[in-house]
Design a protein around this ligand. Structure first.
Ligand code: CA
Length: 247
């Protein structure tokens, strides 16, 4: 018997894990490639049973679920995984256009659905919208120390030895996101999708400009501090993104 799953559980740090459940090879491959090149960490299962196993072995943020599977009804997969993982974002991909199927899918616990054929661009935009709404809904953690910096998301303050470090809004959000994933590589696409508008596409130059500003302001704050300071180290990972280390 062929293995159901083509790729190992992929929950690369700083990226959203997406479990694609699709028996059609062309669509499955298209989704896997498209998701990976857009900063997601996809895994692909061709069957419902494979998906249930895979979901319990890996850590996934999103389930992209075809309803017409060879071994079981996709609605049962949705129901089972919704019960097991209340926070999982479930998006149904279906060739069925009847309203009744869409209603059944949403009743089975899906958050959204797309009717095939769908465009990858639209799918990615929907995912960004859902994921941003989710991160906005979860309460920010308390103040977090990063070296001698203290990052207070709720109060939107960044302080160094108790002195405010003036940051622009996007600089603050960029630092916050990297700080949340301290020690992990965070892809440029993930940063663009979460810090900037969900509808960004093309150039990520604005990210480089914001990062340069952030580094400059942190260095300036460190220079003007009367005491020696330990700043978190932000490393540029060429062709990927950034990694913040709590020095
Ligand atoms: Ca199918």
């Amino acid at each position: 018997m062929l293995p159901n799953v083509r790729t190992p559980p992929a929950s690369a740090p700083g990226r959203f894990g997406v479990l694609v459940v699709e028996d059609d090879s062309t669509i499955g491959r298209h989704l896997e490639t498209g998701l990976r090149s857009n900063g997601y960490a996809p895994a692909w299962s061709r069957t419902g049973v494979g998906a249930l196993t895979q979901a319990s072995q890996g850590s996934y943020d999103v389930l992209l679920l075809d309803l017409g599977l060879p071994d079981m009804d996709g609605l049962d997969v949705a129901r089972t995984l919704r019960a097991r993982f209340p926070d999982l974002l479930i998006v149904i991909l279906t060739a069925r256009t009847d309203d009744i199927d869409v209603i059944a899918g949403l009743d089975a616990g899906a958050d959204d659905y797309l009717v095939k054929p769908f465009s990858l661009t639209v799918l990615l935009a929907r995912l960004r919208a859902h994921l941003r709404r989710r991160s906005a809904a979860s309460p920010p953690p308390g103040p977090v120390p990063l070296g001698d910096l203290v990052l207070d998301e709720a109060g939107r303050r960044c302080t160094l030895h108790g002195t405010d470090v003036p940051l622009r809004p996007k600089e603050f959000e960029l630092l916050t996101l990297l700080g949340r994933h301290a020690g992990e590589a965070v892809a440029r696409e993930t940063l663009m999708a979460q810090v900037w508008d969900e509808n960004w596409f093309g150039s990520t130059k604005t990210l480089d400009v914001t990062m340069a500003g952030l580094r400059r302001r942190l260095a300036k704050a460190a220079d003007s501090s009367p005491r020696p300071v330990r700043l978190p180290l932000i490393t540029t990972l060429r062709g990927h993104g950034y990694r913040l280390e709590d020095s």
